[in-house]
Design a protein around this ligand. Structure first.
Ligand SMILES: Nc1nc2c(c(=O)[nH]1)N[C@H]1C(S)=C(S)[C@@H](COP(=O)(O)O)O[C@H]1N2
Ligand SMILES: [Mo]
Length: 571
């Protein structure tokens, strides 16, 4: 590289004389490449840290570059990749995404560092390009404001400044100039001409080397100080930014919130709703185990004191409700099972909870729905949109604006302070978390996030059943074995579950009692297990008399179908 560069006409001779010598002196072999790469990493850390500080000062999480780019990435993710991510990472998909992005940025930063060692200007294009991507991502968020460009821009500038300083710092300084080869030659010739001959040349050379070493030492110390300073700036600004962004955290507001009692309490859950089998899925899903599916890379922090819900569009009397006004409605409390369209056969993207909320139909009717409307387009505080068929909301089912879950305000991940819950519809067409806006409209006029991506407009939950116990690949003792599972067909109800061993006859399972049509239903059977490897299979029939089809289809575009089975070994 060095030799090639000497021939490079683009580099003026003055630069050529200095740089190669010194770098050869301070670090040799692979280690100088490592240091160069690390300079890129430190510059990237400065860029991200400063950007975080800017985002924190603005109080706008969504403008933080990594988060903005991640959110943009989620929006651009094709459906198959989203299904893949949900299938393999489930509710951890966002952690995996952020980790991947971070790793990508780190690799790019290392390369930028390497490039900058010889071509600083080219290297500086790196942070500039990343900054541009960050600005673009932040400005294209659905809730974007022009100021959201600032963190990425400021971060990029800081990163560029850091990179330039670090690269310069690694070059020889003007304070202790290295004698040029010409100067060395002059000194040597002077020494020799003084008559000391071989004796004299030694001390002079030695003196020169000592001053060189001292110069290099100062340079090295300065380079180290610059790097340490940069790391310090990166860490301090990053931490400060995070702390500032935390100002918006509503956990304590949530903890202090008291919800009113329901005007219409839930029917008690029958005591037998939970079948008594070890390792069986709980009938009521604890909050911590409740699945989470959404596009929010950072959890929206919505303060109920600032919250309003606008109902508008094809409405004769548009309204804007405050949270207090919502709580003054005659609240209902219901057990309802939510499920996700991305759930696979046998999957667990479903959860059952007791919801407290204001009935949605009377609120819409009061707003005066105009004829021709067939859709409610709901929007969350972070700009996510979901479309719900109006007829489902108005047909008498317990569609609600929920404020409580399992006896407490909604957890932040599940939509605090308010979300929609509509029994019988997949989450993506009904369960808007952090909801702030309801537009009465038509499918012909407005599309929502997932329906724009090809998912079905009308998405009633498909009948589903699962063998929960025994677990797949369980090793069992021959004899009596409890087989149990969960089935759901929200708002139609489960009328029967049948089960089968290998390709034997289908046998009816015993159904546990349920509080209503809108929850899942547990089933149980007793199996006299004989030694060998066996397949246990189940299928459910809903309240309309339709039995689940055997044929397997993927979740796209309106939910998976197919019978679930587990393979077990009996000895
Ligand atoms: N704001 C918002 N609400 C949303 C979503 C979302 O991405 N953003 N995802 C929906 C989907 S696809 C599902 S399955 C349910 C999941 O609700 P949960 O996370 O409370 O289980 O929320 C729905 N509500
Ligand atoms: Mo979903």
């Amino acid at each position: 590289m060095g030799r090639k560069r000497d021939r490079d006409p683009a580099h003026p001779p003055a630069l050529r004389l200095r740089t190669p010598d010194v770098t050869a002196k301070r670090a040799t072999g692979p280690s100088r490449w490592v240091t160069a790469a690390l300079r890129g990493l430190v510059a990237a850390a400065v860029a991200l840290g400063v950007a975080e500080l800017a985002a924190g000062a603005l109080g706008r999480v969504s403008s933080s570059p990594l988060l903005a780019v991640g959110a943009g990435f989620i929006d651009l993710t094709p459906v198959w990749l989203k299904d893949f991510a949900i299938r393999h990472f489930g509710s951890n998909d966002k952690t995996v995404l952020l980790f991947g992005l971070g790793a990508g940025v780190a690799v790019a930063a290392l390369v930028i560092g390497l490039v900058s060692r010889r071509h600083l200007v080219m290297g500086l294009a790196g942070p500039a390009a990343f900054g541009a991507v960050g600005v673009l991502a932040a400005l294209t968020r659905p809730v974007a404001e022009p100021v959201d460009a600032v963190p990425s821009a400021v971060g990029a500038l800081a990163g560029m400044a850091a990179l330039a300083l670090l690269v310069r710092g690694a070059r020889p300084s003007a304070v202790a100039p290295r004698p040029s080869p010409a100067a060395v030659r002059t000194a040597q010739s002077t020494a020799t001409s003084d008559g000391g001959a071989t004796e004299a040349s030694e001390p002079v050379n030695g003196a020169l080397r000592r001053s060189e070493d001292a110069g290099a030492g100062i340079d090295r110390r300065r380079a180290l100080l610059t790097s340490a300073g940069a790391v310090g700036v990166a860490a301090a600004s990053g931490v400060a930014g995070r702390l500032l962004l935390h100002r918006g955290d509503v956990s304590s507001v949530r903890a202090d919130l008291r919800l009113p009692r329901p005007a219409s309490p839930a029917r008690p859950v029958p005591s037998g709703a939970q079948v008594p089998v070890p390792q069986m899925t709980p009938f009521r899903t604890p909050d911590k185990d409740f699945y989470r599916v959404d596009t929010a890379l950072t959890l929206p922090q919505v303060d109920p004191r600032d919250w309003t819900l606008r109902i508008h569009g094809m409405a004769a009397r548009p309204v804007e409700l405050t949270f207090d006004a919502l709580l003054r409605e005659a609240l209902i409390e219901r057990d309802i099972t939510l499920s996700c369209v991305s759930n696979q056969v046998g999957g667990d993207l479903a959860g059952n909870a007791r919801w407290l909320g204001a009935p949605l139909a009377p609120l819409l009717r009061r707003a005066g729905i105009r004829s021709g409307a067939d859709q409610i387009l709901s929007r969350s505080s972070d700009g996510m949109t979901l479309s719900t068929p109006l007829e489902a909301i108005l047909d008498g089912r317990d569609a609600m604006i929920a404020v409580g879950m399992n006896g407490a305000p909604l957890p932040i991940v599940h939509g605090f302070p308010a979300r929609l819950v509509v029994p019988g519809l997949y989450g993506y067409v009904s369960a808007t978390k952090w909801v702030v806006d309801l537009k009465v409209t038509r499918f012909a006029t407005d599309r929502a996030y997932w329906t724009r991506r090809g998912y079905a407009d009308h998405a009633p939950i498909k009948t589903f059943s699962r063998v929960d116990v025994p677990k797949p690949l369980a090793a069992l003792k021959a004899g009596r074995v409890a087989v149990a599972g969960t089935a759901w067909a929200q708002h139609r109800g489960i009328d029967a579950v049948e089960w089968q061993v290998d390709d034997g006859p289908w046998r009816p399972a015993r159904l546990a009692p349920v509080p209503g049509l809108d929850t899942w239903r547990q089933w149980i059977a007793e199996w006299d297990a004989a030694p060998g490897s066996h397949t246990l299979r189940c299928r459910a029939t809903d309240g309309t008399g339709r039995t689940q089809p055997e044929h397997r289809t993927p979740p796209f575009p309106d939910g998976a179908t197919g019978w679930h089975s587990v393979v077990v070994t009996v000895t």
